[in-house]
Design a protein around this ligand. Structure first.
Ligand code: ATP
Ligand code: MG
Length: 406
């Protein structure tokens, strides 16, 4: 695999490498950004590692805007042409007493030691103009073969930091990679260590797994390794329909709804509270699932009703049905788009009358006002031309007399 790394590094990152070199230090491209360049994907950010110590970095980059967060772990974020570049001093991790973070980190001038602390061989390569690719653990071959393999003893690496287990599932989904058998075995052996990991980090890896190109890989691994209870607690996601995931748009609440569609609203609320998800996430996920209980719209009237009841989730809700149950939603999608465009999917607040008017002009009882409004809205969904004050007042009279709501 011959890839022109040098030519693919953007000028704002090369600039940082040049500054390090001019100051007698070495800078290397490393981690996910190098992995992605090697597989022909443009990285979303660039990570560098250097033999400069944190205090040397502060001196070298004193004329740059810097963000010193992470300096205790050797990481400095430098703004180059306004874009952030993370530079981390080569380091080794100390002992892990809590399967979460090293008790201490030790800075080292030794690149090899820094690469050895990294999680997977494909993430443990480095590149500089002077050295070319530094690949001490067979990362390039694993990348070519689509394999995730822990660096060093997999059981030791997973037990010292159980988040790596979830990163393994996440990368297998994002990269569509298999997991080397010893690494996979170690994930099962160390699964119980996931109990030590902060739920926010678990949820973050879960979301990335669900949004990958091969989520069925990630979730199958998760299941085989016995990790599901640490992620979903007492809920069993529906893993019989994993193929549904990657035919859905890359929206986390929608894809998560495909995993959790069998659950009750109460169980879902409980789970999302445990995950500490933002309300917007749980509201959307629950809305997609709630819409599964309804008929697929087959007429303009049903489409107007469906769009209003499930706005803005109506389209995702239809896609979810197609993905989960293979239902034909083509016509329903067309109908919903049409009624949305022509403005006939009238919401309650766009009715030509409101509750107060109905009470004053028609005399509907206060406690029956909401029911009357619902009837009028239904009428307008059936006949959009009826959304006029005089027409609706007349209809309201008629309904109230018939239902004895006066
Ligand atoms: P991406 O940024 O695309 O999610 P990445 O591989 O860059 O993937 P980061 O979380 O940005 O992942 O970490 C950068 C690098 O740091 C990784 O490639 C890996 O070498 C190392 N790394 C990150 N987290 C761990 C960890 N928990 N254990 C060991 N090495 C890690
Ligand atoms: Mg990264």
């Amino acid at each position: 695999m011959q890839v022109d790394i040098q030519g693919q590094i953007p000028a704002y990152v090369r600039n940082i490498l040049d500054v390090l070199r001019q100051n007698g230090k070495r800078g290397y491209l490393v981690g996910g950004s190098l992995r992605d360049l090697l597989r022909g994907v443009i990285p979303h950010d660039f990570d560098l590692t250097t033999n400069a110590t944190p205090s040397e970095m502060l001196e070298i980059f004193k004329d740059f805007r810097i963000i010193p967060t992470g300096l205790a772990h050797g990481t400095l974020t430098v703004l180059s042409e306004g874009k952030p570049v993370e530079i981390t001093t080569h380091r080794t991790d100390g002992a892990y007493s809590d399967s979460r973070h090293p008790d201490n980190v030790t800075f080292t001038p030794d690149l090899a030691a820094d690469l050895a602390r990294r999680d997977f061989t494909v993430n443990a390569m480095a590149w500089s103009e002077e050295t070319g690719l530094v690949d001490l653990f067979g990362g390039q071959a694993d990348l070519a073969n689509g394999i995730l393999r822990a660096v060093g003893d997999p059981e030791k690496r997973f037990c010292e930091d159980a988040l790596r287990i979830l990163r393994c599932f996440r990368f297998s989904s994002q990269l569509d990679f298999t997991v080397e058998p010893e690494t996979e075995r170690a994930a099962s052996l160390c699964a119980s260590r996931l109990g030590d990991i902060a739920i926010e980090r678990i949820f973050s890896e879960l979301t990335r797994t669900v949004l990958g190109v091969a989520p069925e890989r990630g979730f199958t691994l998760m299941q085989h390794a016995g990790c599901l209870p640490y992620i979903f607690f007492d809920i069993s996601p529906d893993l019989t329909r994993l193929a549904a995931l990657n035919i859905l748009p890359k929206q986390a609440p929608l894809r998560m709804a495909a995993l959790l569609h069998r659950e009750t609203p109460e169980a879902l609320r409980h789970l999302t509270r445990c995950w500490h998800t933002p309300n917007a996430f749980s509201d959307s996920m629950c809305a997609y699932i709630a819409a599964l209980g309804e008929m697929i719209p087959e007429s303009p009237y049903e489409a107007r009703r469906f769009v209003c009841r499930h706005f803005p989730h109506f389209e995702g809700a239809l896609l979810l049905r197609a993905a989960l149950f293979g239902e034909d939603i083509e016509r329903a999608l067309l109908l919903t788009q049409t009624v949305l465009k022509d403005g006939t999917a009238v919401e309650l607040r766009r009715l030509a009358v409101n509750g107060k008017t109905l009470q004053e002009k028609v005399g509907v009882r206060v406690e029956k006002t909401a029911s009357l409004l619902a009837c009028l809205q239904d009428l307008v969904w059936q006949d959009p031309a009826a959304n006029r004050r005089d027409t609706l007042l007349a209809a309201a009279h008629h309904i109230c007399e018939k239902e004895e709501w006066l």
